[in-house]
Design a protein around this ligand. Structure first.
Ligand code: PLP
Length: 465
């Protein structure tokens, strides 16, 4: 069809995309996500096929995809190994609902096997999709602590999905607007977004003031959650991402999670580590929290777990936490839980990550990508901050490196330009001025080079305007 290759300019959307999208505008709910990407709802093309790390639109244009469909497509787009296994599973046993099946049996063992610390003796509960896994984790946590009056600590900039439970614990005011909520039970505190410290401190001189702030909340009943005299404790659960990706690719300092773990231990709080976006190998370890030398109580996983085939999710947890509902069968079930096709996909993902040593590859390629972004930072005044671990990276644009004024409009322009040069990049963050990169683990150096080159040109064009 004569479409353009990544790096070449194309008109976006092309004519066929524009025509097809008319029906989306006519019939689909206006509250969908894709309408707020890029500079207008018209902008995104309609996609038709995919392979490797590329996707093609209906006008035949190829794009390198650094979204990795929201971090799920870890083995790349439509990988043969995954398709073969899933096809075989569909022919053998496709759907037996929330009942024992062979891949499910194998997967629970594999998942505790790759889990950190004493979770290796732990348990697994399946769900479908990230938001529902977060709700499930919140439910288990409630059971694992004795007092029924339980509050939840969550973090500014956090994202846990759009079910009512998940949207309630995350802070975003727009996402929560008008929806029913468990919000009166949530205490939201600053995340260590060190480039824009909420307390205007500087790491490491701050000595992790954000942790001190959190600990102080337990010093007096007047701070609302704990009475040290009567030991009245209103907090059951703490939920946090080990790196915020809706927040823009933000990684806390090295010592942060040890301090957080200590607070949870001191006050009997269940520590939920939401690894839905960043877990399953992306950072070079199975779970991002392992970089911090900490074992949480519950880990939520989804996305890369089933490689983009089936929306499988799971909560992996320490045995004593799960055993809080040992005498409570059917506390949480679902038609699609432990689905054989999803479990077979997840088994294939784990097998391929091990067989092809993709943890090591994520680390290597991630470093190469990070170096490329840092090199761009040296040449482009708009880039204020670059962070990354493995193939989970974030970059922030500012108008002035001293004042750090967020360059939100410039970010939209850079991303729209990159789209026209055939690279898909996700916009994220507190101020709409960060971009995140979560490509498939199989991305090649040459593809990273194209992304860096396109960013270089797009940034240059926007800076010159
Ligand atoms: C950290 C985190 N938790 C939960 C979710 C929700 O997952 P889902 O979109 O599958 O409901 C997301 C989605 O982006 C996420 O990044």
């Amino acid at each position: 069809m004569g479409g353009k290759k990544p790096g070449e300019f194309r008109q976006v959307p092309g004519e066929r995309s524009r025509a097809l999208k008319e029906d989306l505008f006519r019939y689909e709910s206006a509250g969908t996500f894709w309408r707020c990407t890029y500079d207008s709802p018209e902008r995104l093309p309609v996609f038709e096929r995919m392979a490797g790390v590329s996707v093609w639109d209906v006008d035949g244009n190829e794009y390198i995809d650094t979204y990795g469909p929201f971090a799920a497509s870890c083995l790349g787009h439509a990988p043969k190994e995954l398709i073969d296994e899933v096809e075989d599973q569909m022919r053998t046993l496709m759907h037996i609902s929330d009942m024992p099946n062979v891949p499910r049996v194998q997967l629970v063992k594999e998942l505790v096997g790759i889990a950190p610390g004493d979770m290796k003796e732990g348990r697994v509960h399946f769900e479908v999709g990230g938001g529902p896994a977060v709700d499930l984790a919140l439910e288990i946590a409630e059971y694992a602590t004795p007092d029924p009056q339980h509050d939840i600590i969550s973090f500014f900039g956090g994202y846990h999905g759009r079910t009512i439970g998940a949207v309630s614990v995350a802070p975003n005011a727009y996402f929560r607007e008008r929806f029913p909520s468990i919000a009166n039970r949530v205490i939201r505190v600053p995340y260590p977004y060190c480039y824009r410290c909420y307390f205007d401190r500087q790491y490491p001189d701050c000595e992790l003031y954000c942790l001190k702030y959190l600990r102080r909340m337990f010093e007096s009943p007047e701070y609302g959650i704990y009475d040290p005299v009567t030991r009245t404790n209103l907090v059951s659960t703490l939920i946090i991402e080990p790196a915020q990706f809706h927040g823009g690719g933000l990684y806390p300092p090295k010592e942060y999670f040890k301090g957080l773990r200590q607070i949870c231990d001191d006050y009997g709080i269940v520590f939920i580590d939401d690894e839905i976006a960043i877990g399953m190998g992306r950072t070079g370890k199975w779970f991002c929290i392992e970089h911090y030398g900490v074992t949480p109580d519950l880990i939520t996983v989804s996305k890369a777990l089933s490689g983009g085939v089936w929306p499988l999710s799971a909560v992996i947890g320490r045995r004593h936490v799960f055993d809080a509902w040992a005498d409570r069968p059917d506390k949480h079930m679902g038609t699609w839980h432990g689905n054989a096709v999803g479990c077979r996909a997840a088994l294939t993902v784990i097998r391929e990550i091990k067989r092809r040593d993709l943890l090591q590859r994520c680390e290597e390629m991630g470093k190469y990508f990070l170096d490329g972004l840092r090199e761009l930072q040296g040449r482009h005044r708009l880039i204020g901050d670059v962070q990354g671990l493995g193939l989970g990276l974030g970059l922030e644009l500012v108008r002035d490196r001293k004042t750090k004024e967020p360059a939100d409009e410039e970010t939209v322009r850079v991303l729209s330009r990159a789209l026209e040069y055939g690279v898909l990049i996700c916009r994220a963050s507190y101020y709409g001025n960060r971009m995140t990169f979560m490509p498939p683990y199989v991305i090649e150096r040459s593809e990273i080079d194209t992304v860096i080159d396109v960013l270089d040109r797009s940034l240059g064009e926007v800076e010159r305007r």
